[in-house]
Design a protein around this ligand. Sequence first.
Ligand code: GAR
Length: 266
Amino acid sequence: MKSNIRIGALISGTGTNLKAILKACRQGKIDGRVVFIGSDNPEAAGLQMGRQAGIATFVVDYRSIERRYRSNPDHVEIPSDFQLDDICRKQNLFPEDADPGKVAIFLASRAIAEGQLLRKMQAYPFDLLVCAGFMRVLTPYFIDRVNTDPDHPRIMNIHPALLPAFPGTDGYADTFRYGSKIAGCTVHFIDYGEDTGPIIAQRAFPIRDEDTLDSVKMKGLALEWELFPECIQLFAQGRIRLERRSFETQEGDRFERKVVTILPTE
Ligand code: GAR
């Protein structure tokens, strides 16, 4: 049973999810406190919210790191513990037939940014890292350094769609454009793929004829502000368990999957 957890937050933009988390901590709906707010984007509006609340904030400017690396790869320092082969083998962000050169450039430039992020995070020990509108995928380099115990993942993400449908950066718009009748949001642990990790909880709502993309986004965000704090509180209460389950198809093929179960309150 965990209590009063230390939460690290990563954001890229407005930070309305962060606002909901801070409010839930203040109201005692989360047994925990936010100990840092990190961002890939110096302009992220959510940083100001953190500063006003007296929370440590920092920025690692991913865009400028990427630009510098692409224009002059030899003059940008890659972290000494970064093993490109290992990261390429583990990652599930690119398909197997992706151009290996492009994949290597992407992963190496990300490792530089993630190395800086990890260094800044070191000053603020945390129990759970939440990606609250953090618009950068995390590579195995970063994930392995946070998830030191594979059975107890501790990076949570909120995604604006009912995964596994519509992964990526524009979940509500993708759902709406597709003509889906139901939209929603998902909180999941992060793994080596893009929005593929074990699902903790989801919430859905109907899309009606009179809905617009804006109304769908607003309805979805309102659900996110409830769901994310609830999942963080489940983590704080030690009620999230990750189980390996194996399934058998009618053809007799077996496959394994990590599935989240929520333990009852004591
Ligand atoms: C939210 O809708 C969140 O689900 C989404 O970005 C928005 C951030 O809003 N996240 C992703 O798309 C992650 N792939 P916020 O900055 O106001 O919390």
